[in-house]
Design a binder for this molecule. Structure first.
Ligand code: C2E
Ligand code: MG
Ligand code: MG
Length: 717
């Protein structure tokens, strides 16, 4: 084996050549490796530096002679102390030290110094070999590597961490997550997806996402979704899918398309929230907001909403629509007497019956209390509506059974038509209400169609109501008196008090125009007391002044008659006015007593007990049965003026009057004929045996001053 030529060894005849080659190789290698070297012989103090030493230190051979102290001085000031050992010949040992060299041009290099000392036990250090390596690039590369490692190392950590978090989010999210490939084939789902859909991961993977579609969306919906994904890479919205159980359910979905670097879609990620519960509570809330809790019918809000939609449709198509408002008659007294739970039953049962008769597209709602409203679509003719109204009445008039006991109800209904009576829901409903009120006024248990005059009447009624409230305080009421005449003796012993309202504008309003309003507003109670007191006081004064016997008749209204305090009020009035009870007669009508006969009889008996007499006014217009009439403690029948009016011409009226007179005689009742205007009527009445008459033929109702004059003339004459 041939030993490698040693650059510093003499190898014989080829030595020079070899040496020179070896030196070239060495110089080249030192240059490439950026390693300079020195050789120092302590014995001879000879120090040689290789060429690369000069390169590294950036000095030329001319400017620098090899010198270890000079080498140390090439280091940066702060490193010079660290490198001082290079000059200490007593401290020679093998070492590797790094330091910074300051180049003459100011740049810095990092160098590594290796020192190897050769020892001889006898001579000590025989030589020192030193290497000076420029490691700047290496160190910088290492530093960069460290930075890179640090940066990338952390970054990789972050990514890793992020992936970890993402995985946890994926696993624990309450949103269902589904990842599909570009064709929609499911590649991954999370546990929430399984919880929502009922499909385990194993069942879902490999399926196309379409396998969960419900039939609630059309093609257009999906093509819009796909377009959005293609164009924006995203789609968000509500979608109905089908669970494994078969149940369709709504979910809020966000679908994101993932693309590769060429922009090609590779995956879709779908994140979805099950909206079933939200929808349910939304629906419950919606239901509460738009339905009546007692009957489950749509409430006024929903009704108006539907009506509005319907009208806008009907406005375009020319469809005719009817709005009906129905109010149960006398529901309040049922509710008061049976109690609210039974009252609720009537309302629920009414709702059930009404709902049962509706065609699809028609709507019934509970407006309030015992008021219901209907919308009837596609009204072809009035006959159409009358058919519905009859049906409604039949339904309501069927007995309501409570504890096997039948109860009978009736209803009053008002009807308005679109477009004739109003073009918007508010005016239609308002007008249906007006018509319904009119049906009530007309005796209940019937229906009325709205007419334009109802609206005008309603507004003038409002005005009337506000001035009526002030009229009593302002002393605007006055009593007129109309005599009742005894036909045989032509004497006047009694009179009827009739109220008048002298309004602040100078006009006089008759009782027919305001009594029912005073009833509704409750004003009739104080007004009635004032009338009774005035009539009683006036009569007592006249009786005293002219020393005659008089009897005054005072009309009672329904509400007054039913007032719990009526008997006490009458008694008190007689007391304070000092009129003896036998000089007072109260006029009632058949309708007042028809509703609750037993109660009416009780009240009448109490009034009779006070000593006053009772007359049945307007007799013949109501439906009193004779058996009831017999039970009422009344003394007089006043034949309604409508029969008297036709007396001379209409044989029927004459027959009716004759019947009433003979019946009254049989029952031992007095008879008064009202509205006698002419001598013919008077003669017939006389022939038929009527003893008392009242009418314009003798006198119109007169203010008290005129009545006194007439009274005086009678008593003087
Ligand atoms: P009513 O009690 O039957 O009174 C008779 C009505 O007929 C009165 O009308 C009277 O003016 C009118 N009348 C009398 N004779 C004739 C006649 O020959 N021809 C015609 N066409 N009419 C005649 P009025 O005063 O307008 O009263 C109308 C109704 O108002 C009364 O009918 C009564 O029901 C009610 N009313 C009048 N005053 C009072 C009152 O003070 N209290 C109450 N609660 N109701 C009253
Ligand atoms: Mg009367
Ligand atoms: Mg009358």
């Amino acid at each position: 084996m041939v030993a490698a030529p040693h650059p510093f060894k003499d190898n014989g005849s080829t030595f020079t050549e070899s040496l020179s080659d070896a030196l070239v190789v060495l110089r080249k290698s030192q240059h490439i490796a950026r390693v300079g070297s020195w050789l120092w012989n302590p014995a001879t103090q000879q120090l040689t530096w290789s060429d690369e030493m000069y390169h590294i230190l950036a000095w030329t051979h001319h400017d620098l002679t090899p010198d270890m102290a000079r080498l140390v001085s090439c280091f940066q000031t702060e490193d010079q102390a660290k490198m001082a050992w290079l000059t200490d010949l007593n401290n020679l040992e093998n070492r590797t030290v790094e330091g910074h060299i300051a180049l003459p041009d100011g740049r810095q290099r990092i160098v590594r110094v290796y020192v190897e000392c050769h020892f001889d036990p006898k001579q000590g250090v025989t030589k020192q070999i030193g290497l000076l390596q420029d490691v700047t690039d290496k160190i910088e590369a290492r530093q960069q590597m460290a930075i890179v490692t640090k940066v990338f190392g952390n970054a990789l950590g972050e990514v890793e961490q992020r992936l970890k978090i993402t995985a946890q989010v994926f696993e624990n999210a309450i949103e269902g997550v589904m990842i599909t490939d570009a064709k929609g084939v499911i590649q991954s789902v999370n546990p929430a997806f399984s919880a929502i859909t009922g499909y385990t991961a194993e069942e879902a993977l490999g399926e196309n996402a379409r396998f969960m579609h419900s039939d609630r969306h059309d093609e257009a919906f999906f093509s819009n979704l796909i377009n959005s994904l293609k164009q924006k890479g995203q789609w968000e919205g509500e979608i109905w899918n089908r669970k494994k159980s078969g149940e369709a359910y709504p979910e809020q979905c966000s679908i994101t398309a993932l693309t590769d670097e060429t922009g090609l879609i590779t995956h879709y990620i779908t994140v979805s929230n099950d909206l079933t519960d939200i929808k349910r509570s939304e629906e419950a809330l919606h239901y509460q907001t738009y339905h009546d809790a007692l009957t489950g019918l749509p409430n006024r809000t929903l009704f108006m909403d539907r009506l509005e939609q319907l009208l806008s449709h009907a406005g375009r198509t020319g469809e005719r629509v009817a709005v009906l408002t129905l109010d149960l008659d006398r529901f309040k007294s049922i509710n008061d007497s049976l109690g609210p739970p039974q009252g609720d039953f009537f309302l629920q049962e009414t709702a059930r019956r009404l709902q049962g008769m509706l065609r699809s597209g028609d709507t019934v709602c509970r407006l309030s209390g015992d008021e219901f409203s209907f919308i009837i679509r596609e009204v072809k003719s009035i006959k159409n509506i009358i058919g519905v109204l009859k049906k409604v009445n039949e339904l309501i008039e069927n007995p309501f059974m409570i504890h096997d006991q039948p109860y009978f109800l009736t209803a009053s209904t008002g009807v308005t038509l679109f477009p004739e009576d109003g073009e918007d829901p508010d005016s239609l409903l308002k007008n249906a209400g007006l018509a319904m009120n009119r049906a009530k006024e007309a005796g209940r248990a019937n229906y009325q169609f709205y007419t334009a005059t109802m609206g005008e009447q309603a507004s003038s009624r409002l005005k009337l109501e506000s001035s009526l409230r002030k009229a009593l305080d302002h002393g605007e009421f006055e009593l007129f008196y109309q005599p009742k005449v005894n036909v045989d003796r032509d004497e006047m012993l009694s009179m009827e008090a009739l109220v008048r309202w002298n309004r602040s504008d100078g006009t006089v309003t008759g009782p027919l125009a305001f009594i029912s309003l005073a009833e509704e507003t409750g004003l009739i109670v104080p007004l009635g007391r004032w009338i009774l007191e005035t009539a009683c006081r006036q009569t007592r004064i006249w009786m005293q002044r002219y020393d005659i016997q008089l009897k005054v008749a005072v009309n009672l209204s329904t509400r007054q008659f039913r007032d719990e305090n009526l008997v006490d009020m009458v008694k008190e009035t007689l007391n304070i006015t000092g009129l003896d009870a036998q000089h007072l007669e109260l006029e009632i009508t058949e309708s007042m007593v028809a509703c609750d006969v037993e109660k009416a009889i009780e009240t009448l008996e109490q009034l009779r007990g006070l000593g006053i007499s009772i007359a049945m006014d307007d007799f013949g217009t109501g439906y009193s049965s004779l058996s009831y009439l017999k039970r009422f403690p009344i003394q007089t029948l006043k034949i309604d003026q409508s029969f008297v009016r036709g007396l001379a011409d209409d044989p029927n009226d004459a027959a009716i009057i004759s019947t009433i007179i003979s019946m009254a005689r049989a029952m031992n009742l007095d008879v008064v004929a009202e509205g006698v205007e002419c001598v013919e009527q008077l003669e017939i009445l006389k022939q038929q045996g009527c003893k008392q008459v009242q009418g314009y033929f003798f006198s119109k109702p007169l203010p008290s001053a005129d009545f006194i004059a007439m009274l005086e003339s009678y008593h003087q004459g």
